[in-house]
Write a protein that binds this ligand. Structure first.
Ligand SMILES: [Zn+2]
Length: 340
């Protein structure tokens, strides 16, 4: 039975029968089940990873279907949580895989708990706030995680083994300021870059799970599929001066940041504050959302509408999201359009 389904993977000598047994007994956490996470989920379930834990805070929307391979029109019509829709689809692809679907916002209060019983973590998120948090948590408990990001036709990935390789903060010391980076909701994204980044991430995951650490790429890999530009920058050892893996100061994990988001009582609105002080370039931001029809701006703020939500972004990076009292929905909109 195992021989049948996985025979082509077992024929691949770097995996073999022993490797397949290891995969069947593995447990992987996928943080974020958007485009990258959906792709990880599908590849890992087909490969026979025994246990998948999938965490996501969003619902399936029609705009996802162009690139988020696990989801169907009916998922979007029903606005199903992505983690739930992914679990259903995986049960149809490989019913032997145990999937735990968790509909939640990953934050400093739950991230360590999510990591406890997994062998490996895959980054399927769309924002730096969660990535720096994941980096803190994984370095703290010594768990390997595989960073991945994709926007437009550009993507990047690196594999972080705490204590052995550089961590995210060794390479990118400070998180990009809110509103300074393009997001998939402002710059767009094409499916092939999702497939590229997720394929490299999953290949790394398979190597780690079967114990072939010698074959890891040990680089910061960068791809631009439209510009035909592929780069592989060799990673150095961990930086002893890195705040996270050198000094073991976990700024993102230890941040007492409940004020990062707050429900505005009685107003059907949530306020989101940027994790670090920032100044938004409002004209620059406006040009990135120029395709939206309903945008109003003055020198202090910019206001735009996404479906039933009206988002007001202030120059200090603070935003008020009207039309919801759900912090996860508001944080998701903030990450997608402002980009923190
Ligand atoms: Zn580091």
């Amino acid at each position: 039975m195992i021989g049948d389904r996985y025979s082509r993977q077992i024929l691949f000598p770097e995996i073999g029968k022993n490797g397949q047994e290891k995969l069947l007994n593995s447990r992987v956490l996928i943080v974020g089940c958007g485009a990258l996470g959906a792709s990880h989920s599908e590849m890992l379930s087909r490969a026979g990873i025994g246990n998948l834990k999938i965490v996501d805070r969003d619902f399936v929307e029609f705009t996802n279907l162009q690139r988020q391979t696990l989801f169907k029109e009916s998922d979007a019509a029903e606005r199903l949580p992505k983690a739930v829709a992914a679990k259903t689809r995986i049960s149809e692809i490989n019913s032997d895989v145990q999937v735990e679907a968790i509909v939640a916002d990953v934050n400093h209060s739950n991230v360590e708990q999510l990591l406890t019983d997994v062998d490996l973590v895959l980054d399927g998120t769309d924002n730096f706030q969660v990535r720096y948090l994941l980096n803190d948590a994984c370095v703290k408990v010594g768990k390997t995680w595989i960073y991945g990001a994709a926007v437009s036709s550009y993507g990047t990935t690196m594999t972080i083994i705490p204590g052995e390789t550089a961590c995210l903060r060794c390479i990118f010391e400070e998180m990009p300021d809110a509103g300074s980076s393009p997001t998939c909701d402002t710059a767009g994204v094409i499916m092939p870059i999702i497939a590229t980044v997720s394929a490299v991430q999953v290949a790394e995951a398979l190597k780690i799970l079967v114990g072939d650490l010698g074959s890891l790429h040990r680089s910061l890999m960068q791809f631009d599929l439209w510009q035909n530009d592929w780069r592989k920058i060799k990673l150095s050892n961990p930086n002893p001066d890195c705040r996270t893996c050198g000094e073991h100061v976990f700024d993102f994990l230890d941040a007492e940041s409940p004020e990062f988001s707050a429900v505005l009582c009685g107003r059907n609105a949530v306020q989101i504050s940027p994790p670090t002080p920032t100044t938004i370039d409002l004209p620059g931001f406006r040009s990135r959302i120029a395709y939206l029809s309903d945008v109003k701006q003055n020198e202090y703020l910019i206001r735009f509408t996404i479906d039933e939500n009206e988002i007001t972004l202030f120059r200090d990076g603070r935003a008020i999201v009207k039309g919801t009292d759900d912090v996860a929905v508001a944080r998701s909109l903030y990450a997608r359009y402002v980009g923190a």
